[in-house]
Design a protein around this ligand. Structure first.
Ligand SMILES: Cc1cc2nc3c(=O)[nH]c(=O)nc-3n(C[C@H](O)[C@H](O)[C@H](O)COP(=O)(O)OP(=O)(O)OC[C@H]3O[C@@H](n4cnc5c(N)ncnc54)[C@H](O)[C@@H]3O)c2cc1C
Length: 429
């Protein structure tokens, strides 16, 4: 079962540096609308904005606060492409759909940049994403990957970085080389979510906070969504929620499971910040339980590392993540950790997102498996388009295989924990 979202964590550096955002009312009484969206993260807000821009009456129901799920807590890293790489996609869905999925992901990137520019969202957007190898082997794979992306997809933004250059760039000796993707980047994830929320409201969408959708059903009047103090009657329904979605669809519950991941912020590093990630790119490494890090505009290290598969978080989060940070940056042992927080994200068995029409008039997207900053706002747009009858994007994403977790809703946990722990253990071998 997913942990319930209680709102922005007070210990989050993002929450403490959030742009102003109004408190929104909770839903009371009966409301009628054309489209109802459940969840106000990137997916739900991306859908709401798209619909509102076209004048479609839209209500968003958010259990906690706008952007207080994974969208306001994540690493802010903008990865190019789909969650699974093009090799995997070519093998799994064939070359034509693999190319279409690549093009869709590039459209998602352009959409992200377009939204930030069009709505003047102040979210510290910066270019560059470094993938750092934690093992000595793999340079041949990186080279072949760079060449494959350039020759088959015309993507020439990837370059190799060798061990010495990477050590100089990052200010640590931990990695064996890697790649730099000039088309990747990073941003302040919560401020991006709040900016999307404001844009949706100003375009005409209604968002209700602290309004958990408890259930939905089809009635003679349309779809009826129930919250603790109200109902929404709508003609179309969009389900989002990623790691927080639970109990709204048996089909999603069977395929999307929550896991928790954690981040810390150090105190500002002062002059030392100049020697750490000199290009100011985002960094993620090749571990199965990935370490990802970047600098804040005020020179802190924001470091994500470690995860668990339980309904709760470790009791001392700062200590938990700091252990991972010190393996990468032993030189920061004397730097205080000022913030630490965690969030839930939805994963699927094969790590491709679960995007489907679940019933007539009901579409859903969840299970981004840790890669939603760039994709989720665009998937929201595609869900909105599908609600209005334009099915191309949704149809393509629906062709991605989506096996259920073995064991059904109740027995899937032990299998998941055993499987993931094995992979996490492999990192240490
Ligand atoms: C710690 C962490 C680090 C991450 N780092 C990265 C990264 O660096 N790069 C990247 O690309 N991705 C990253 N991700 C993943 C990314 O944040 C997600 O893929 C993305 O935010 C998903 O957006 P979403 O709108 O689908 O879900 P969310 O942002 O989780 O929003 C779902 C919303 O739905 C609400 N909700 C759920 N159920 C109900 C209900 N019944 N009624 C009303 N509301 C409901 C929740 O309260 C929540 O606000 C990370 C995730 C985490 C947790």
């Amino acid at each position: 079962m997913a942990a319930r979202n209680q709102g922005h964590p007070t210990t989050s550096w993002y929450a403490q540096t959030a742009n102003p955002f109004p408190d929104l009312a909770s839903l009371k009484g009966e409301h009628r609308t054309e489209v109802c969206i459940i969840g106000a993260g990137y997916t739900g807000l991306g859908a709401a904005l798209r619909l509102a821009e076209q004048g479609v009456p839209t209500i968003v129901l958010e259990e906690a606060q706008v952007g207080s799920g994974a969208s306001g807590r994540n690493g802010g890293q903008i990865h190019t492409g789909q969650r699974r790489d093009q090799y995997w996609l070519e093998k799994t869905v064939g070359p034509d759909d693999a190319l279409a999925l690549w093009t869709l992901a590039q459209d998602a990137k352009a959409h992200l940049h377009g939204l930030i520019a069009q709505y003047a969202i102040a979210c510290d957007l910066k270019p560059g994403l470094i993938e750092a190898r934690h093992r000595p082997i793999g340079e041949d794979h990186d080279r072949a990957w760079r060449d494959h992306m350039a020759s088959r997809y015309g993507y020439d933004q990837i370059r190799l970085i060798d061990r010495d250059a990477l050590a100089h760039e990052l200010g640590c000796e931990t990695y064996f080389g890697g790649t730099v993707d000039e088309g990747g980047g990073h941003l302040h994830p919560l401020n991006f979510a709040l900016g999307l929320g404001l844009a949706a409201i100003r375009s005409g969408a209604q968002i209700f906070e602290r309004s958990r959708a408890l259930s939905w059903r089809k009635t003679a009047k349309g779809m009826e969504v129930t919250t603790p103090h109200g109902t929404v009657i709508c003609q179309r329904l969009i389900l989002t929620g990623d790691g927080y979605i639970d109990g709204l669809s048996p089909s999603i519950d069977a395929r999307v499971m929550p896991i928790n991941n954690f981040i810390l912020a150090t105190a500002p590093l002062g002059e030392r910040a100049d020697e750490i990630i000199r290009s100011d790119a985002a960094v993620s490494d090749s571990r199965f339980v990935v370490n990802y890090f970047r600098k804040s505009p005020d020179g802190r290290l924001l470091f994500g590392g470690g995860e668990n598969y339980l309904p709760g978080f470790p009791s001392d989060l700062a200590r938990f993540v700091r252990r991972h940070m010190l393996k990468v940056y032993p030189r920061l042992a004397d730097v205080p950790v000022t913030h630490a927080w965690g969030g839930s994200l939805g994963i699927t068995l094969n790590r491709t997102p679960y995007v489907r029409a679940l019933a007539p008039g009901v579409v859903a997207a969840a299970g981004y498996s840790g890669q939603g900053v760039m994709l989720a706002p665009y998937f929201g747009k595609l869900l909105a388009d599908a609600s209005l009858g334009e099915m191309t994007g949704l149809d393509l994403l629906s062709r991605l295989p989506a096996p259920p977790f073995p064991g059904g809703k109740h027995l899937r946990w032990p299998a998941l924990v055993a499987g993931l722990s094995w992979y996490a253990l492999r990192d240490r071998l």
